[in-house]
Write a protein that binds this ligand. Sequence first.
Ligand code: AMP
Length: 229
Amino acid sequence: MSHRPTVPPTHVVIFGRPGSGKSTLAERLGAEHGYVLFRTGELLRAAVRRDDFLGQRVEVHLASGNLVPDQLIFELMEQSLKAPATGKLLFDGFPRTMGQVPLLADFERRLGFAIGCYLDVAVTPGEAIARMTGRRVCPTCGATYHIVGKPPKVAETCDLDGSHLVNRTDDKPEVVALRQQIFDEYATPILDHYRRGAPETFRTVDGEQPFEAVYADACRALGLEAPAS
Ligand code: AMP
């Protein structure tokens, strides 16, 4: 892989279609390399669980599998992205539309950080759909599992609080295909934008490999020490 950074970036954006495994990858990078995860999907689901003003307005979009309007994402960002928490950040799920690209640039300016790497986890739509049907989430605490990739200790039961796991509402079969279409429509121009506009910071990893290989490639792409294979 060319253009490997010599100093690992402090601020990273990770891209990948629903079911690409990008969130599992983000969690591992966070746990082993100290990135604080900024995950708009998780923040939105937390707002829905709290049933606050933002949560009430985003719930319908989440359940349908459609994107939340940019204006509500702006409110979420204003609420959640504060200067003291910006030391080492990994954005997962943002920006999701071309309208959110200048929003990120604006936060970089205002909070004084710069994205050092845009990392794309590439997976075909067919593989992504097959993986999504195995996902489970805890309705109480939001912990995520996968029946093959990250199973709970007891089948269908949250390791953290014992709740019975459920399918995410947006992982229902009729919604899964729509979310793939939305990714193709909205993410393709964003990826093209960064690939062309910031080629020195744009990297792609093959997300169809076994997870350990994806993780090792991602570490190398970021200039981080990769685990010995
Ligand atoms: P995720 O957990 O990243 O797959 O996101 C779950 C859902 O949250 C998506 O299907 C969207 O409805 C919504 N969402 C998450 N991030 C964004 C974003 N940056 N812009 C618009 N909608 C979002």
